[in-house]
Design a protein around this ligand. Structure first.
Ligand SMILES: Nc1ncnc2c1ncn2[C@@H]1O[C@H](COP(=O)(O)OP(=O)(O)OP(=O)(O)O)[C@@H](O)[C@H]1O
Length: 261
């Protein structure tokens, strides 16, 4: 069976610097795959290449068998490959509910313009979107916060809303860039539960994350990058014991870190 995402010998250059030297890995449908590595390893660059924000100098990226070369980020998102950003894409002055509803509109089913003009038939559509927006907020545990402005949410709540907004597009593959960054342990646990729920609903997840405890617990597979190259690819139990991974993270020390980096 073809993998959902196939990355083959991808290299990305930024100015004179080779940010990703030779990257090959696959993501199978239904899995949570984590891309990890020390600072500057090339993880964000890999995300940028996969989602069309940067053009690889060489190599091939295929999603559901389709070559993504030359496609814009919007086109790639429309194919079902969506990313969330390290800084969330929520709109602070709007309410949490309005953010959710906007994300559903942007998914493009009803058309924002039609909704704004309140064309005939749009009322029923609007009621359906409203219901769906509340279902989405319920899914991420933010129903009670629906009417507050997004910028008054606690940090962990903002991150959950950010994931919900990316998930609103009902992507087949969701790329999450450090979803647990800055979260406390209980917020991290909530974030992890949310990722599992998304996976259980049929969304495949590719994750960049520094919190190793989370990565070890949530991943089906871990791909380890160091200086733009893959040094290991396997299940968590294998990665934890891999001598090259241990060296990359800790120099001569013995263990891959368990706590947040
Ligand atoms: N806009 C840029 N201009 C110049 N160099 C860049 C730029 N973005 C990334 N780099 C360089 O490319 C390499 C890979 O960076 P990248 O951000 O992909 O790493 P990362 O693994 O995501 O790191 P981190 O964990 O710190 O986010 C690094 O050497 C970095 O300094």
């Amino acid at each position: 069976m073809t993998a959902l995402l196939e990355v083959e010998h991808v290299a990305v250059q930024i100015g004179g610097l080779v940010a990703v030297a030779d990257l090959s890995f696959t993501v199978e449908e239904g899995q949570v795959v984590s891309l990890i590595g020390p600072n500057g390893a090339g993880k964000t660059t890999a995300f940028n290449a996969i989602t069309g924000y940067m053009r690889p100098r060489q190599g091939r990226i295929r999603f559901r068998g389709q070559d993504l070369a030359g496609l814009s980020p919007e086109r790639i998102a429309a194919l079902g490959l969506v990313r969330s950003f390290q800084r969330t894409s929520i709109f602070g002055p709007c309410t949490v509910f309005e953010n959710a509803r906007m994300a559903l509109h942007l998914r493009g089913e009803s058309g924002l313009l039609g909704a704004l003009l309140r064309l005939p038939g749009m009322r029923r559509e609007e009621a359906r979107l409203r219901e769906e927006a509340f279902a989405m907020l319920d899914f991420v545990g933010l129903t009670a916060r629906a009417e507050v402005t997004a910028d008054s949410l606690a940090y962990g709540e903002q991150r959950r809303l950010g994931i919900a907004l990316a998930a609103a597009a009902a992507p087949q593959l969701l790329l999450l860039d450090e979803p647990a960054a800055g979260l406390n342990p209980s917020e991290t646990a909530e974030c992890m539960a949310l990722i599992r729920q998304l996976r259980d609903r049929g969304t495949t997840i590719l994750l960049v994350e520094h919190d190793m405890a989370m990565v070890m617990r949530i991943s089906d597979r871990i791909v380890v990058l160091n200086q733009g190259r893959i040094i290991a690819d396997g299940p968590p139990a294998e990665i934890r014991e891999d001598p090259e991974v241990i060296r990359a993270y800790l120099g001569t020390s013995r263990e891959v870190p368990h706590a947040a980096a």
